[in-house]
Design a binder for this molecule. Structure first.
Ligand code: ATP
Length: 312
């Protein structure tokens, strides 16, 4: 079953086209990543799917309800963690969660019990000061906890880890994984490729309001020319010669990173690339410090697919 379904979603603001006909299909119980550079249209898509914005054209269903015809039902089925945090600064985490529970019409004891459960689940116990004293990572976890008061089946996270340090980011990732293990469907937007790679079952790359690519992280990496051969050259003066050898023996032009003395090129056939490149380097007297065959990173996929890549 699809938890989120969008067909031909379009949104224009005057002469700006924020979304130019997007199709999405998010299976229930999975994490779906919307990946794109600033201004790609990610937030616009999330705002339409969460009923905060009406599409100019196209249709969307969330948890089986039409976002235009049944916005109240959609809202009852979703949680949203936006880029701005919703918690009260002066209240503690526990007080915040109890307050949200009461706002959602839970009885006082039920709100207390739910708050305690969520504090435990998101590793927030033992932080009894006002929310403004929480670190960025804990704050974001409190936002997540607040969005889970009613355990909505579909959760939207708009750039959940922007600005967090790696450790806090990992904490959020774990919290998201736990939610999904419990059956929640998560649609998240991110500018971080690693985040999509770590969390998402499927990824849609959005660029200038259009879908540039869609698939599992592995499919997207495979689509982009398959494997790459990476060679680290000892003598920095011989990088260009090494690149010429790699270019001649592999499926595409080699790239040079002079800082790390890496030369890398896409390869069509792993074995023949290795058996041709290494003897050719040796014959030219170029010493390699390291050789590796690897999949492209999601970064390389992303840069190739989006205008962000074209600019660099
Ligand atoms: P970010 O990561 O910066 O939030 P995004 O991918 O979420 O980027 P959107 O916020 O959806 O991008 O914006 C998509 C495009 O629509 C941008 O060109 C933006 O300037 C434009 N846009 C968004 N909201 C409005 C608005 N209310 N009025 C006019 N243009 C808008």
């Amino acid at each position: 079953m699809s938890a989120v379904l969008a067909q031909g979603l379009r949104k224009t603001y005057g002469s700006t086209t924020a979304l130019d006909g997007i199709d999405l299909d998010v299976p229930a119980g999975t994490v779906y990543g919307l990946l794109g550079p600033n201004g790609a249209g990610k937030t616009t898509a999330v705002r339409i799917l969460t009923t905060l914005l009406r599409p100019s054209a196209g249709r969307a269903e969330v948890a089986g309800f039409d976002v235009r015809a049944e916005p109240r039902r959609v809202r009852a089925a979703i949680g949203l963690v936006g880029q701005q945090t919703a918690v009260d600064e002066i209240l503690t985490g526990r007080q915040n969660l109890e307050l949200f529970g009461r706002l959602y019409h839970l009885s006082a004891p039920a709100a207390r019990a739910r708050a305690a459960e969520l504090l435990e689940r998101f590793g927030l116990t033992g932080h009894d000061g006002p929310a403004k004293e929480l670190s960025g990572g804990l704050r974001r976890r409190l936002d997540l906890a607040a969005s889970m008061i009613l355990a909505p089946p579909v959760l939207f996270l708009d750039e959940p880890t922007t600005g967090l340090d790696p450790r806090s980011r990992a904490g959020i990732w774990n919290a998201v994984r736990e939610l999904v293990a419990g059956g929640t469907t998560v649609l998240l937007t991110t500018q971080y490729l690693e985040e999509a790679d770590q969390l998402a079952d499927r990824v849609a790359v959005i660029d200038s309001g259009r879908l540039a690519a869609e698939g599992t992280p592995e499919e997207l990496k495979a689509k982009l020319g398959g494997d790459r051969l990476d060679v680290v050259i000892n003598d920095p003066a011989r990088l260009d010669e090494a690149a010429a050898i790699l270019s001649g023996a592999s499926a595409g032009p080699a790239e040079i990173d002079r800082d790390t003395r890496h030369v890398s090129a896409p390869v069509a056939d792993r074995v023949s690339a290795l058996t041709r490149v290494l003897p050719a380097l040796a014959a030219a007297g170029i010493e390699a410090a390291d050789v590796a065959l690897r999949r492209p990173t999601l970064d390389e996929v992303f840069l190739n697919l989006t205008t962000a890549g074209g600019d660099r």
